[in-house]
Design a protein around this ligand. Structure first.
Ligand code: SF4
Length: 280
């Protein structure tokens, strides 16, 4: 969606898929839905169809077009592992990431079982690339914590947890083979409150296991008022990165041509042609 992002733990967002469906309590105040639905019915707008699921193959080549290396949040406006998204399309997204190792890609999902199954199978070719980080959202004990085991059983070089919005004390969790933890509170209208003790529990567990800890925000109705300090400091730790050198423009144009050939296969997909339907 954007070469620049305001999200604290990334540089840019990339949305080769738009739209999603809610699956657990962390989705209740989904910012992506609120944003997308504002533009429903606006002719020609990328979110003319609101939050309905759409593949956006014309976005596949976007990471090759950026003029500098970035840390990239993949599908900030969707969830790449929704069951309706064809495996072959997800594989094309993975091919782009694999061919752009000068960036660092952060793929975050709540569909952790499909993430595991695909990384163990058809996405195996990209699973262990060190510049592709695979993560799951963990908002509570019932829905969020089981996703950690699914992630752990997937092959990956870097696994991360986005514990946001943290909705309750999730207690002691197994951080074995987890390489990064982000914690944050919910923000915006109706934001559910996060207790300091819940955050401190996660910070202490990360400290004990040597896992980099990133505290994103306290959140709240006006998140800027509450800031992101904990114990009078910020916590901005991340896994170390050693991105590959960025190739020259000529090479990037070759990569764009290759991916555009792949992208053209998707133009007839019903999940793309949604834009030809009359507005609801
Ligand atoms: S999975 Fe993510 S993008 Fe999808 S509805 Fe839930 S919060 Fe929104």
């Amino acid at each position: 969606m954007s070469e620049h992002s305001k999200i604290e733990w990334t540089d840019a967002t990339w949305n080769p898929v738009r739209g999603c469906a809610k699956i657990s309590p962390g989705c209740k105040h989904c910012y992506a839905e609120a944003f997308a639905e504002r533009f429903r019915g606006v002719p020609g707008h990328p979110y003319e169809w609101g939050f309905e699921l759409r593949l956006v193959p014309e976005k596949l080549s976007e990471p090759f077009r950026w003029s500098s290396p970035k840390t990239v949040f993949v599908n900030s406006m969707s969830d790449l592992f929704q069951k309706e998204i064809p495996v072959d399309y997800i594989a094309d997204v993975a091919r782009v990431m694999l061919q752009a190792p000068w960036h660092t890609f952060q793929v975050l999902t709540k569909r952790s079982e499909r993430l595991r199954d695909l990384l163990q199978g058809p996405l195996g070719f990209a699973a262990r690339a060190p510049h592709i980080w695979w993560g799951v959202s963990v908002e509570d004990k019932r829905y969020g914590v089981p996703r950690i085991d699914h992630l752990r059983s997937a092959p990956a070089s870097v696994r991360f947890l986005s514990i946001e919005p943290l909705l309750e004390d999730i207690g002691p969790i197994d951080l074995t083979e987890i390489h990064w933890v982000i914690v944050g509170g919910e923000s915006g209208h109706g934001a559910r409150k996060m207790a300091r003790a819940w955050v401190e529990s996660m910070r202490r567990q990360c400290d004990a296991h040597g896992v980099p800890f990133f505290f994103k925000q306290w959140g709240g109705v006006q998140k800027s008022k509450n800031g992101r300090e904990l114990n009078n400091r910020t916590y901005d730790d991340m896994p170390s990165r050693t991105p590959a050198p960025m190739p020259d423009r000529a090479r990037r144009l070759e990569l764009i041509a290759g991916i555009e050939a792949l992208a053209s296969r998707w133009q007839r997909s019903p999940l793309v042609r949604l834009s030809n339907r009359p507005a609801a």
